[in-house]
Design a protein around this ligand. Structure first.
Ligand code: B3K
Ligand code: ZN
Length: 875
């Protein structure tokens, strides 16, 4: 098989030509679409090659119908076509290029470019989808003003949308109609979008800070019309927040959001026309869980915030992806923190970072947030680029403080408005407003891997002096053996014997700046030996090693003024206890639970001053996936058993507390609302029910059943369903599953949750069930949401079954990847993740996994997407 090309950042060159204007005409027909593109082009004055040929990207599936320059058809000798596009020779300095292509949206199962989802035409062009629509310089540093006309059958596609503002529309012959859109803001092709379909919508208006009226619309299939309000509210909140916190105003007359069923990821920030996966925009109490409500709010905000961080100021090349994604994730997490509880948001973000990003950093695909090379850019929409990228921006915010950071972002936006820039430009703006030197900080952009900080301390009672030594190192990652030290903010607090923060002496700061491999910080006038609260708020994305005693952890759980670190202490304590039990299981020793965990949990549940969301977080045990991260060799089944044991022991010891918490929350529950406060109540209620169900008692089953039967919202009914399905009460589980299916069979998104609950069942026999469910009429292999809810849930949320000793889980996943690569390479490549971490498992599993990776590699012609991940995983 021919090996796909590797693309390097160091090879970047400015484009030879610029496209000042792009005029598009789409003739949308039933079984094909004709695209006419008229490009106003000129040579780039900044190019070093004054007589360069013009290269236009274009997918090999494009049918080229016509090619004209300034009205003259091009002779076959003046251009050449290959699998990647067109090269045009002997060009003038400025000209108009007209290209007519034909494409087949119905055959497009890769969901990149123009495709049809549930009878509606829609597009996905980031990163390199526009080249599947027409020939173009499909790179983010070529920015163009777009005028787009859509023409389609009026009865089938009454709604015709594209970027920018609507400038004309009307009827044409043969029952067709048209709409013309003008987007005045120059943009790269990846932000182009169109939608044509029979859609219902809701409408609102927003008055910007300078008094402009914006028309807001959210479109979806008519059956989903009642599920759009929450997205609209979230949009308005985001628009206001971005004005207030970043001074960013919206810049078109309309802002449209469209929900589509078939979508490779969450959503897309196309200029003025955001396209969303239905799962990230539809929300209704009866069908949507609290977690999904929060996801809708966060993703609507994220895509909206891209209007400035991404669209007005975009990326020079795809290596700079984190410039827009890291910054925008940082912005959306600030927003969610402001809308809900900031501590809980921080905990959720760190939990995700640690389970998903740290493992990426420790695996074969480890890459810096600004990678140096890639084969397929779609493989780099990763936790690293997004979540670690956001952490890196967050560190700058910590160093500068909110005000200076805002000055920096103002400068960045004004200096680069309308430009395609680099992460260095972002850093420069932050340096220029603060006078600080962030050159060492840039190591975060170039180096992969999670730094490890080792902390030791000593106290001199006589001198009343406390010293803390911090050393840092970063493990080698593929292609990077040597790492330079990082510049990072390390926030801490010192607790006295009552648990209060000791006031630091003048000139001493609780914000330490690390720059060296090893540093010592001294604190004076410390009257008693303090308990240190380290890395408060998780001030840097690192692993921290400090030899806390269990007593100190218990103390921090109930006293730390930093809410995040209270949670952190509880995680450390629980993880340490569970991993000790894993060792006992391996050695065949008897298990017993350290009572300190029970007492710590008891104190937290009974703490009336602690809000319910915090209680829930603190008494949630670390996940099996996170525990796996902490092990040098992962023993999946013993992690599962030890964690289950701890869960049961806690449930037995605290049964009355959990019962009281459960009943208290049930009684206090009013009508459903997705506010942070009500979500907190339900989360404590359902977590308590979870502990109770671990006891396998009929009386608790009755509680769960009653909750399922009487729930007026999906959060409660799904929580009860999942607990019963994952319990030993298999008959009741079957009953509830059929009842649930009958009730919700018309609602795709709800049925996806039904799939996922079954796929994540830790009991034996789940794989067979998943295989059976793949034949269910509600399953569709071409719909990514379905594949995620069944295949990904099994392989990612069900470690005990996925890693079954006979290797059946690996075989199953490899089969799915091979099959999916033929229809949807992006999705196929995403699913390789669980196989790429083979080196953390025992020898037998390692060879089982590698065998499957090799099988994928040998299965025939692979997409660049799958090829890259598989070969890197095997390297
Ligand atoms: N920018 C898009 C992601 C596109 C992924 C393309 N494979 C969504 C987002 O991050 O907002
Ligand atoms: Zn984004």
């Amino acid at each position: 098989m021919s090996q796909p090309n590797v693309i390097y950042l160091k090879d970047y060159q400015v484009p030879a030509f610029l496209i000042d204007h792009t005029q598009l005409h789409f003739e949308l027909m039933t079984d094909y679409t004709q695209v006419s593109a008229t490009l106003t082009m000129r040579r780039n004055p900044e190019s070093t090659e004054p007589s360069a040929d013009l290269f236009l990207h274009g997918d090999k599936e494009l049918t080229l119908l016509s090619l004209q320059i300034d009205g003259e058809q091009l002779s076959s000798s003046s251009f050449q076509r290959d699998d990647n596009g067109l090269t045009l020779y002997n060009l003038l300095d400025a000209f108009s290029l007209k290209i007519v292509t034909q494409i087949y949206p119905d055959k497009n199962t890769a969901l990149e470019g123009l495709y049809r989802s549930g009878g509606m035409f829609c597009t996905q062009c980031e990163a390199e989808g526009f080249r599947r629509i027409t020939f173009f310089q499909d790179r983010p540093d070529v920015m163009s003003v777009f005028d787009t006309t859509l023409s389609a059958d009026k009865a089938l596609y009454p709604v015709l949308l594209s970027n920018g503002n609507l400038v004309d529309s009307g009827d044409s012959a043969k029952g067709r109609h048209f709409a013309s859109w003008h987007d005045p803001h120059p943009k790269p092709a990846y932000l182009f979008a169109l939608v044509a379909g029979d859609l219902a919508h809701i409408e609102a208006s927003f008055t910007t800070m300078s008094g402009k009226e914006i028309s807001l619309k959210v479109f979806a299939d008519a059956k989903d019309l009642d599920k759009l309000d929450y997205a609209m509210q979230s949009l308005k909140k985001s628009m206001r927040w971005d004005e207030q916190v970043y001074g960013r105003e919206y810049d078109l007359e309309v802002f449209n959001i469209v929900a589509v069923d078939f979508f490779n990821m969450g959503a897309m920030e196309n200029k003025g026309l955001n396209i969303f996966n239905t799962s990230c925009v539809l929300a209704h109490p009866e069908t949507t869980t609290d977690a999904s409500f929060q996801r809708v709010e966060a993703i609507v905000a994220h895509e909206y915030f891209h209007n400035w961080s991404g669209n007005r100021v975009t990326c020079r090349d795809w290596f700079q992806l984190s410039l827009k994604e890291g910054f925008t994730v940082f912005r959306d997490s600030q927003f969610s923190a402001d809308m809900n509880s900031s501590t809980v948001k921080r905990i959720e973000d760190v939990r995700l970072l640690r389970t998903a990003q740290f493992s990426e950093d420790a695996g074969p695909m480890a890459h810096a947030i600004r990678p140096a090379s890639f084969i397929e850019i779609s493989n780099f929409y990763t936790m690293t680029v997004y979540e670690k990228g956001a952490e890196v921006v967050r560190m700058l915010h910590t160093f500068l403080g909110a005000e200076k950071f805002r000055e920096g972002s103002d400068l960045y936006f004004s200096r680069h408005d309308g430009q395609a820039v680099t992460t260095d430009d972002f850093i420069s703006a932050m340096q220029d407003v603060s006078g600080r030197d962030f050159s060492q900080f840039k190591n975060w952009y170039n180096q992969a891997g999670t730094p490890v900080l080792t902390v030791t301390d000593e106290y001199d009672a006589q001198l009343q002096c406390y010293q803390i030594h911090i050393s840092q190192y970063c493990p080698a990652t593929p292609g990077q053996t040597e790492k330079l030290p990082y510049h990072l903010p390390f926030c801490l607090g010192l607790l006295d014997e009552n648990g209060s923060d000791i006031e630091l002496a003048e000139g001493e700061s609780s914000l330490l700046e690390l720059t060296e491999t090893s540093q010592t910080f001294v604190f004076h006038n410390i009257a008693v030996k303090p308990v240190p609260s380290l890395l408060r708020g998780f001030s840097a994305p690192v692993k921290l090693e400090y030899a806390y005693s269990r007593e100190q952890l218990v103390f921090l759980i109930s006293h730390d003024a930093d809410g995040f670190n209270r949670w952190e202490a509880s995680q450390k304590l629980a993880a340490e206890i569970i991993l000790e039990l894993v060792d006992k299981l391996i050695n065949g020793e008897e298990l017993s639970l350290d009572p300190c965990l029970v007492e710590a949990y008891r104190a937290v549940i009974s703490d009336e001053n602690l809000d319910k969301a915090m209680i829930t977080q603190v008494i949630t045990l670390p996940s099996e996936q996170y525990l796996a991260q902490l092990c040098t060799e992962v023993d999946v089944s013993n992690i599962h058993r030890a964690r289950q044991f701890v869960r049961q022991q806690l449930a037995a010891a605290l049964e009355s507390e959990f019962l009281a918490a459960y009943q208290g929350a049930r009684q206090a529950a009013g009508r459903y609302d997705p506010s942070a406060q009500s979500i907190a109540k339900r989360s404590l209620q359902n977590l308590s029910l979870g502990y109770l169900m671990a006891l396998n008692k009929e009386s608790h089953l009755t509680l769960a059943r009653r909750q399922y039967d009487t729930a007026d919202n999906m959060t409660d009914s799904m929580a009860a369903l999942a607990l019963v399905v994952h319990s030993q009460f298999t008959q009741v589980a079957e009953d509830l599953l059929s009842n649930f299916y009958l009730k919700w069979q018309e609602d795709t998104l709800v049925i996806n949750q039904w799939f996922s609950v079954q796929a994540s069942d830790p009991k034996a026999g789940t794989l067979a069930k998943v295989q059976q469910l793949m034949k269910h009429p509600a399953f569709d292999f071409v719909n990514p949401n379905k594949v995620r809810s069944l295949v990904a849930s099994f392989c990612m949320q069900n470690p005990i079954n996925f890693h079954a000793e006979d290797g059946s889980g690996y075989l199953f996943l490899a089969d799915q990847i091979i099959a999916l690569d033929k229809t949807n390479p992006q999705l196929a490549a995403r699913l390789i993740g669980p196989l790429s971490k083979w080196s953390s498992y025992a020898k037998v599993r390692q060879s089982q996994i590698r065998e499957q990776l090799n099988r994928i590699l040998g299965s025939g012609e692979l997409s660049a997407d799958v090829y890259e991940v598989v070969t890197k995983s095997l390297a």
